[in-house]
Design a binder for this molecule. Structure first.
Ligand code: BDR
Ligand code: CA
Length: 308
């Protein structure tokens, strides 16, 4: 089985992505490293522990950065609930977080699974950047890095230029994008192009197992917010990234291009600048997801909610 390490800031769409990974027999999840992002670290850690407990997954959970590397940034509690899981008041998990810091766990696990590790980053890239600063040889041992992040045609969800995960910690994203020769990018525009019709989501949730029922509760606030703000379709960003990670052959159009992270600018901090016409002569950096098999994406989600 392919060893899978997930760096995440759960988060409602993170939780769906995690359920998809839990349900994949071809991957073995070797750890969850947790960042601050959607909400503060205290909540993202509790949420990860709770989801593992509900889904009976014995996976080590490592707490990482509690803030961006340099500049504080607003969270996304208005989307995910102030606790990141819809403020449903769930009972805290009995299991505990590991003592090891997430950045150290990333380095250790990269040695234990050298050359085989699939690293999927579903939140701000702070933990991965810290790991890179501690050990710049990290990319040599990662078989594949998949990142949910970026707005590749200036249609970001936080500013026109920037998507949340990159906007939250652009310095970390810059460190990661410079250090890895190649990464797979599930960008915000791809997420918009792969919306999930709310009626279908409701159908999957109604057919859900115990974990599906838990997911129904924690996702309700976000889904209502989304109906109110964005209409008929829900944009479950991290779920699309996870589909791309677990079943890359479902990608129908991927464009490889140089990408750099903008750290300054009045309108452009946190932008992922894609050199679409390769004008700067830099090497291609990211395999940018343009189109994924929608039916396969939806099958993966439905199965994840029904499993357990
Ligand atoms: C990303 O930002 C977060 O709010 C989501 O969990 C996802 O990782 C989408 O821009
Ligand atoms: Ca996320």
């Amino acid at each position: 089985r392919i060893p899978l390490l997930i760096d995440t800031d759960p988060g409602v769409d993170d939780a769906l992505a995690l359920l998809m990974a839990f349900n994949d027999p071809r991957h073995e999840i070797v750890g969850l490293t947790i960042a601050a992002g959607n909400v503060g670290l205290k909540h993202t850690v509790s949420n990860a522990l709770k989801l593992c407990e509900v889904a009976s997954q014995d996976i080590p959970v490592f707490a990482g950065a509690d803030a961006p590397l340099l500049h504080p940034s607003p969270d996304a509690g208005y989307v995910h609930g102030q606790d990141g899981f819809g403020d449903v008041g769930y009972e805290a998990a009995k299991r505990q977080v590991e003592a090891e810091h997430a950045a150290l766990a990333i380095i250790r696990l990269s040695h234990e699974h050298a050359g085989k590790l699939l690293l999927v980053a579903l939140g701000p890239l702070t933990n991965v950047a810290l790991a890179l600063k501690l050990d710049p040889t990290l990319p040599q041992r990662i078989a594949r890095l998949v990142v949910m992040g970026g707005a590749v045609t200036c249609q970001g969800n936080i500013t026109p230029a920037a998507e949340f995960n990159i906007y939250f910690d652009p310095e970390a994203a810059h460190i990661v994008f410079e250090a890895f020769e190649r990464l797979d990018l599930a960008d915000w525009e791809a997420v918009i192009a792969h919306g999930l019709h709310h009626d279908r989501v409701v159908g999957w949730l109604a057919a859900g197992s115990e974990r599906g029922r838990f997911y129904e509760r924690i996702s309700e606030k976000t889904r209502l917010w989304s109906i109110d703000r964005r209409g008929d379709e829900w944009h479950a960003a991290d779920a699309l990234a996870m589909a791309f990670a677990l079943e890359p052959d479902g990608a129908l159009d991927v464009q490889e291009r140089p990408v750099s992270i903008e750290l300054e600018g009045t309108h452009s901090r946190g932008a992922t600048i894609v050199d679409w016409r390769r004008q700067e002569g830099r090497p291609d950096k990211a395999a940018i997801l343009m189109k994924y098999d929608q039916a396969r994406f939806e099958r993966l989600i439905a199965a994840a909610l029904a499993a357990g």
